[in-house]
Write a protein that binds this ligand. Sequence first.
Ligand SMILES: Cc1ncc(COP(=O)(O)O)c(C=O)c1O
Length: 479
Amino acid sequence: MTTTSADQLFHPDNARAYASGITDGLRLMVDQLATLDRPVTGLSPELAAKPVLDVDLDRPLGSTADALTEVRRLWLDDTVWFHDTKYAAHLNCPVVIPALVAELLLSAVNTSMDTFDQSVGGTYMERHLIDWTAGRAGYPEATRDGIFTSGGSQSNLQALLLARGEAQGRGVPLERLRFFTSADCHFSIAKSARMLGMGDAAAIAVPTDASRRMDIDALHRLLAECVADGLVPAAIVATAGTTDFGVIDPLHAIADACVEYGAWFHVDAAYGGGLLASPRYRHLLDGVERSDSITIDFHKTWFQPVSSSALLVRDLATMAHASWYADYLNPKESENPNQVDKSVQTTRRFDAVKLWMTLRVMGPDQVGSYFDTVIDLAREIHGRLLEAHDIEVAAPSQLSTVVFRYHDPRLDEEALGEVNRRIRAELWSSGRGVVAGTKVDGRQFLKFTLLNPKATVTDILDIVEQVRSLGRSVLEDAR
Ligand SMILES: Cc1ncc(COP(=O)(O)O)c(C=O)c1O
């Protein structure tokens, strides 16, 4: 008979082993922080792959210390550090300490949020946070609700599931349903239409205007065409903070269109949702209170560790489209408040406690002022770049992105694209800064997404200087 050592289980008998393992991990992280001086080391995929794939997972190292040393070599030493002020690429935020403390607890307890009998107070903490956030969005107290999700993509999927359910409930066949969304929306909207069995053609991209916001005349034209073709606008999705341009679609005008066509109004505020806590820019979300549902990513502009997102809904009753009752988990007759009744996930992390700790330690104004700070930074950088003769800047952001590129009037579009792609790759390899790349109407650009309230104008202009100098040297190499 084999005996199984239970030494590694989280259990009161192993409290010392637990404390020692966590202390080792903590020490490693603190050591690592002390040595970091750049956002990345610039490793290529080829160099990153081999040492990882060489590990024989059938042969354990046997000690936490050794495993941590290996993890450090394979991951931490070359990872991407979002807290570094020269990281300015994607929508990743540095995270706040109260949330990290909560993360430690929630992982150890391993609470699952599907049912009350697996979470107890956790269910009410999540509900209270959802109600508080929905209140900030201006939803009516009597009906509002929502659920924490794994991220913006899942929140959008669930919103559209509800929109589809409402339209089908009115007797509209699936193949006649259409979703309208701006051409600059996040890809998860079109992907949701596919996952919901409506097909790619069901997501209709509305062109944007000169400020890159949804063009309302075009929306009305497309809506009218849709109805004339015997199709049904099931939902209009506004983006409150587009991924590239950080602009907010005209919320009131879209709300009006939804009323006119009887369509569900979803606001994808995955990026702009942090404005709900903003002391100075909350007004940018005016009109959001007229929506039926809102996506909020706490793991973007609320400085929370991944994952932490929510779907808010105006009317709890619409969540029925996501409900399923199982005798072994959440029987219909259960009187317990079971969160799984309104979630597309079953087992689900207690991410809410991270936001809870954050709010209880820092309060909403401080979190919101982090976002305000990076919005101000983006405005300042955009203004500075407009003055530069060798930089081209795209439409200004209402939030914290800056879309720009190195520019030389002697180059044609293809050459400009190649130079900017090379700049981005070489900047990565240098480890001295990280920027994103994107295309604007088919033309290659670079992008700053500024989410670090510790980053200064000097930090970001330093990256711009590197972009310039790399641009010049790429051109010289090409001669
Ligand atoms: C506007 C918008 N919506 C949705 C998402 C998807 O969020 P997640 O990555 O959390 O799934 C993003 C991600 O960047 C986004 O920018």
